[in-house]
Design a binder for this molecule. Sequence first.
Ligand code: ZN
Length: 442
Amino acid sequence: MKKIILTVLFPLTIAACSQEATEQSMPVTASSASSAITDLTAETVPAEGFVINNAKILDGMGGIIENGSIVVQGDRIVSVNNGDSEITGALTIDAEGRTLMPGFIDAHRHIITGEDPAEWLANQAESNMQAFLEAGFTTVLSAGDAGEQVLELRRMTAENEILGPRIIAAMFTGLAAAGGPDLSLGDPARFDNARPPLRATEAMPAIPEAAVRGQVQALFDNGFDAAKNVINISPGGPEEEALGMIVEETQRLGIRTITHAVTVIDTLAAVRAGVDQLVHTPHIGLLTLEEAQQVADSNIPMTSTLGIFVPFYDENNEPIFRDALPFPWDTISSAGQGPVNARLLWEAGVVYGYGTDTTYAPSLTLKHELKSLFLVFSEQDILRIMGEYAAINVAMEDQIGTLEAGKIADIVLVDGNPEDDIFDLLNVDVVVKNGHFVVDKR
Ligand SMILES: [Zn+2]
């Protein structure tokens, strides 16, 4: 295999991490942060909050205010208004016609990179977290990372020890005693055992029931938010039944089951098992309209991750994969089947949210995922995919993903109008997380 230098994407990651915008200005006092908002009128907002006037507002639900304002108190949005806010005394920011949106959510990401997670946490976590914020991401679901380190990262960002998005952490569980991806081969999407010739042709051995269920209890005891699994059904194998047990255990414990299924048959098996989130669009095989309807009727949200099988081009115009190695042409059909299935699922009513399943710079990831989404979705669709539907994917729709009174103040101010040109989402100027300014490039 021809090796392309792994640094192709890396310098861009560094470039995205400029430190000058690392600023946590305008902290809110403890008293105002803890006081409950009982009256959502502008007059009740004390000076510790802030107002952003003169903004176009895209609320994440399809709503548009051509010239509006937002009022924030503590970590909450108090009001979203037509025209400038009447309030005086609070810090007031003139958006100068920029576009206000809910903070971005990546509902499927792998955060920690490299051979040594402890080293990553010590030396790279801060700049990586800053890169997420600068790209507009205020919430990220880790769909599988080094466990100890991702839990520590979740704590550090939650307690503002380092600035970063809020992290939701999942841990892997197994569905069979064999048949998992051979990670020594390289990127599992490149050597995918969901596809022939690597796909199992006979039943895989089962994991004893107590052990299947015990995995969930163990990850719950460690503090994870979700049980992640990969389902590739083997003929007559134990996978679907084991997934059903995992769903039962997560329901009992009040956490979630999130499932990687990339073929049509595996997706339908995950639907039958009743998982909480499908973390990929099926891209191996085309759904029938009836199958798409079956997925939609389950009300299980699905995460896009469409960009994985679309080539990148390096500086020599060589097509490369997400691992920065030459593009594996035996996977290219997924670049078409994924978006086609996505649109069929959308038409059937699936709640479809933004997620990338990547490890490289969040701004580049966003650009690449938007490219794939834009093949079959309009700007208006994509704004919803990035807003309320991404929030539903991470089960936080009552708190984030939309600009509404009472929601957490996760806000992005974009230079331009993504409703006209979706790639304006790449021009993030200001990011507010939990009511705090974490990026300000104005
Ligand atoms: Zn993944």
